[in-house]
Ligand binder design. Structure first.
Ligand code: NAD
Ligand code: UDP
Ligand code: UDP
Length: 325
């Protein structure tokens, strides 16, 4: 807690830095933390995020937006840091893979250095990609993963793995208060319409009546978590006792094939689109489902939004954008 806030007696109000705060997840996180009465510093270089995602928050005096690249040192005074900055979709993170690794690794070092100086608690948005193409299913946190270190996805997967290493070394070496959450596929309003992720791709294609692209034969699986559930779990993770570091899986364990997802979106949008098959990208994991036993136990959390309910909200969001543009 900052001295100025203690003086004001605002003991529950925290100054919170959200890196990547103008992105898909970051904008929802800023919104929720702001609504809880905190003072938010949203830092983003707008590589994949946009001002539009947080435009509705700019009118609040407790919300501050800063254009900044976290691969450079940042000197601010905060109580908590949520480190979300990093392009998350294969198209975007493979656009400039060296910058992706820099964002994960240099960015983590800078944010950890900042947390160390101001004694802030810091949460890392890690990913299920640290498990790679898993040979253990579903994946518990104790599984070390099966990641290709030299492939097209490695800049993201290995960058995130190295960031986890840094978090745990700062914890061991400097006694930082850390939280590492491993996020599984999450979807919802404010996903980037052109980032190639499967939920946004299929919805936009269905709404435009374009061919729906299924990569491979569509039998690969993913487990989709609606953004509101995810944000709830992330904030709960930040608020766990100091002796809990994670890593902790957050996601929805209900698993669907990509073909099932495509058919459901077609039905829900009453689309006339056809499904077409495209080659499976290299290192594309065959199956993915989180084991969330730890999250249930430690966070007392379980996702509550079913796929059809979440898809409906997401389809409505893209419908307004697809029609408006
Ligand atoms: P996103 O691309 O919408 O958000 C990332 C944000 O980080 C963007 O606003 C982008 O402009 C910003 N950014 C990128 N590099 C930056 C840099 N060097 N400095 C400052 N800002 C930078 O993606 P998202 O889905 O909101 O993901 C947020 C975080 O959650 C990422 O770290 C991602 O790896 C992680 N994650 C997301 C998912 C998911 O399904 N959405 C799954 C696993 C992990
Ligand atoms: N750093 C930062 N903001 C701060 C403090 C540090 O961005 O308020 C960055 C700085 O670039 C530094 C890095 O974090 O190099 C790691 O800091 P640390 O104190 O761990 O190590 P240093 O490199 O300073 O010895
Ligand atoms: N996918 C697909 N069609 C698309 C986009 C993605 O079939 O238009 C597949 C992709 O090959 C992968 C799954 O959907 O098997 C999830 O892809 P996404 O990029 O959303 O997430 P990730 O692979 O990182 O889990």
């Amino acid at each position: 807690m900052l001295a100025s806030e203690l003086d004001l007696g605002l003991s529950n109000m925290k100054k919170i830095l959200v890196t990547g705060g103008a992105g898909f997840l970051g904008s929802h996180l800023c919104e929720t933390l702001l609504a809880q009465g905190h003072d938010i510093l949203c830092v983003d270089n707008f590589f994949t995020g946009s001002k539009e995602n947080v435009a509705h928050l700019l009118k609040y005096p407790s919300f501050e937006l800063m254009r900044f690249d976290i691969t450079f040192p940042l000197y601010v005074e905060v109580d908590e840091i949520y480190n979300l900055a990093c392009p998350a979709s294969p198209i975007h993170y493979q656009f400039d893979p060296v910058q992706t690794t820099k964002t994960s690794v240099h960015g983590a070092i800078n944010m950890l250095g900042l947390a160390k100086r101001v004694k802030a608690k810091i949460l890392q948005a890690s990913t299920s990609e640290v498990y790679g193409d898993p040979d253990v299913h579903p994946q518990p946190e104790s599984y070390w993963g099966r990641v290709n270190p030299v492939g097209l996805r490695s800049c993201y997967d290995e960058g995130k793995r190295c960031a986890e290493t840094l978090f745990f070394d700062y914890w061991r070496q400097h006694q930082l208060r850390i939280k590492v959450v491993r996020i599984f596929n999450t979807y919802g309003p404010r996903m980037h319409p052109n980032d190639g992720r499967v939920v946004s791709n299929i919805i936009v294609q269905a709404l435009k009546g374009e061919d729906i692209t299924v990569y491979g034969d569509g039998t690969q699986t993913r487990s989709f978590c609606y953004v509101d559930d995810l944000i709830e779990a992330m904030i709960r993770a930040m608020n766990t006792p100091d002796n809990f570091t994670g890593p902790i899986n957050i996601g929805n364990p209900k698993e669907f094939t990509i073909m099932q997802l495509a058919k459901q979106v077609i039905a829900m949008t009453a689309s006339k689109s056809n499904i077409v098959f495209r080659p499976l990208p290299s290192d594309d994991p065959k199956q993915r489902q989180p084991n969330i036993a730890l999250a249930k136990d430690i966070l007392n959390w379980t996702p509550s939004i079913e796929l059809d309910e979440g898809l409906e909200k997401t389809i409505n969001y893209f419908r307004t954008r697809t029609v408006a543009r």
